[in-house]
Design a protein around this ligand. Structure first.
Ligand SMILES: Cc1cc2nc3c(=O)[nH]c(=O)nc-3n(C[C@H](O)[C@H](O)[C@H](O)COP(=O)(O)OP(=O)(O)OC[C@H]3O[C@@H](n4cnc5c(N)ncnc54)[C@H](O)[C@@H]3O)c2cc1C
Length: 546
């Protein structure tokens, strides 16, 4: 253990790392963990802040990492060969390789960019397996991509290679209303499933705000949530089985139609694996009947604290509404200008809430929620009088990210989770952090889950602004970790939060997860360079602490 001054909060020098066998710090407070590689061995640095204000560093030696494969950009000769083989398989129309065509696939909804070498559009599971075999033979990485609405760089091809897009695999293969199941292809747009089910009185629960464009394959990749997953659970709670293709090009079935299958829960493992373990080609989902009654209400508050405390009190009372979403003033002004849903633009925050179920219980829950809002000084609570008003309120919420385009050329959305009771503190810290970097921030989030989405507004044409935005984002996630939360609620790790994984997982935790990836995807053929901290890229703690 080495004692350092406050000014030494940089990545440690190698000599310091070797001379690190001192005593435990008194009353250690966890500050930061990072993984870095030395010449000879890999070590994990754990940082502590003692009550006296000294920084300590502890070093743990780890077993050596599996050599990570860094893919090089493919040569033009090799690219021509791969394109020829892929075109013979799919038809030239479904293999894109000119710079103009590739531009569209170099980004998702995050701020990272990287151009693929080739884009393929398979039409069947057999196509996917054959493409994977070609890619493996030429040692070219494959990155699965749904609609590219991901917010952490998951579909961005860090090392180039082949991006596999599922636009042609977008069908509902089967609906079984009696057993309440549906089988879909990965490229199916999320909302299209509920649209198909609604006339029979059913729907698919996970409803990301991007549901008009994101795909169910992408939802599986990220284990997506949404406003209505508070009560019914996120994607993993609604997917029962998968058909997948492995890096060897094998077609495998995991899980199935029934609730529970014997053996390892591989479906659970693969959901949220961000395209780093397999490529999903078929998805068996649970479908549920529409509720008998729904009530949607907007509670208006003059302080963020009152709105946040209302959220934790509602849940503490034992009521779990179908949704509790929060929007602050910055967002309300953008949303109202865009959707004209009747949100008050002078309020500090609103809660958009929904109760659903049997008619009597909906009435009862709504009355209780209104009473709790009033106890927390709500200016008023407005209950939607009909379906049209309800839809308009939800349109405002679901279009919120887009509406922010009215007040800022760009925004960067963070995605932390915190215990609900810490929302007032964390929201204050989010404002302070952004203010310290001279940045505006708006908040719109699934408050019931404690799932924060600060939208940091910026303009990349202003020199240095992107860097300040990234630093503010890192600091916000450090606060989420500090209060016992997580660095992602639903948007995944991707490229964006690789380093922050070390904020909530120990080096041993991370190694276990890497062992899983190494077992499934040993050469990182699928989506390389994602999810885990990159060895050698030391976190600059000084930046985090300011
Ligand atoms: C306006 C807006 C609102 C959003 N709201 C929400 C929200 O409320 N809740 C939420 O959870 N997210 C939200 N998101 C984030 C995003 O929409 C989700 O993460 C969504 O699940 C991504 O789906 P996609 O089809 O765009 O996937 P992509 O972005 O294309 O891919 C996401 C990840 O899944 C992997 N993947 C894609 N297809 C496959 C496949 N067939 N097999 C294996 N891996 C695959 C990719 O490699 C990547 O790692 C929002 C995004 C935007 C832009």
């Amino acid at each position: 253990m080495k004692r350092l001054g406050r000014d030494d909060l940089y990545c440690p020098l190698r000599e310091e790392r070797r001379a690190s066998h001192l005593a435990e710090p008194r009353t250690p407070v966890h500050l930061w963990r990072g993984v870095s590689d030395g010449n000879i061995f890999i070590q994990a640095c754990t940082w502590f802040l003692s009550q006296e204000g000294y920084i300590y560093m502890s070093i743990t030696e780890l077993p050596p990492l599996t050599t990570s494969v860094l893919y090089e950009r493919i040569s033009s000769t090799k690219k021509a060969e791969v394109v020829r083989e892929l075109s013979a398989l799919l038809g030239a129309r479904f293999v894109l390789h000119t710079p103009y065509d590739l531009m569209l696939y170099e980004y998702d909804a995050s701020i990272d960019r990287s151009t693929p070498d080739i884009v393929v559009l398979p039409a069947s599971t057999e196509d996917v397996a054959a493409i994977v075999k070609i890619a493996a033979r030429y040692h070219v990485p494959v990155v699965p991509r749904g609609a590219g609405t991901g917010l952490s760089g998951g579909a961005v091809p860090v090392y180039g290679g082949i991006v596999m897009v599922f636009t042609r695999m977008n069908r509902i293969l089967e609906i079984d209303y009696t057993n309440k199941r549906a089988v879909v292809q990965p490229g199916l747009v999320n909302l299209h499933l509920s649209n198909a089910l609604n006339p029979q009185g059913f729907y698919y629960v996970p409803d990301p705000s991007s549901q008009r464009s994101c795909t169910i394959g992408g939802n599986v990749g990220e284990n997506a949530g949404g406003p209505h997953t508070l009560i019914y659970g996120v994607t993993t709670n609604h997917v029962l089985g998968l058909e997948i293709v492995t890096p060897e090009g094998k077609i495998v079935q995991v899980g199935g139609w029934i609730q529970d299958t014997p053996g390892y829960d591989l479906t659970g493992l693969l959901i949220g694996s961000e395209g780093t373990l397999c490529i999903v080609t078929k998805i068996i989902v649970r479908i549920v009947p529409l509720s008998e009654a729904v009530k949607t209400m907007v509670a208006v508050f003059d302080t963020m604290d009152d709105a946040s405390n209302t959220v934790s009190d509602i849940i503490a009372t034992g009521i779990i509404p179908a949704a509790i979403e929060m929007m602050d003033q910055v967002i309300l002004q953008a949303v109202e200008a865009d959707t004209h849903a009747g949100y008050p633009v002078d309020a500090a925050a609103v809660l958009l809430m929904e109760t659903e179920g049997l008619r009597e219980s909906v009435e009862e829950q709504t009355d209780k929620i209104v009473a709790i809002c009033n106890q927390h000084h709500a200016r008023y609570v407005r209950i939607a009088k009909d379906e049209a008003e309800r839809q308009l309120l939800w349109a405002g919420r679901k279009n919120a990210f887009g509406a922010v385009g009215r007040i800022s050329p760009e925004f960067y959305v963070q995605d932390g989770v915190v215990p609900r009771t810490r929302l007032p503190y964390v929201l204050r810290r989010v404002s302070e952090i952004c203010e310290s970097y001279g940045l505006r921030v708006g908040n719109v989030f699934h408050a019931g889950d404690g799932n924060l989405h600060p939208l940091i507004l910026f303009n990349s044409l202003v020199p240095g602004e992107v860097e300040r935005v990234r630093k503010a984002g890192h600091e916000i996630l450090a606060v989420c970790a500090e209060v016992g939360g997580s660095i992602t609620g639903e948007h995944g790790v991707g490229i964006e939060k690789q380093e922050e994984m070390a904020l909530i997982f120990s080096p041993v935790d991370l190694r276990i997860m890497q062992q899983v990836r190494d077992a499934w995807n040993p050469d990182q053929l699928f989506n390389p360079g994602k999810l885990f901290p990159i060895p050698g890229r030391c976190a600059d703690i000084k930046q985090l602490r300011g």
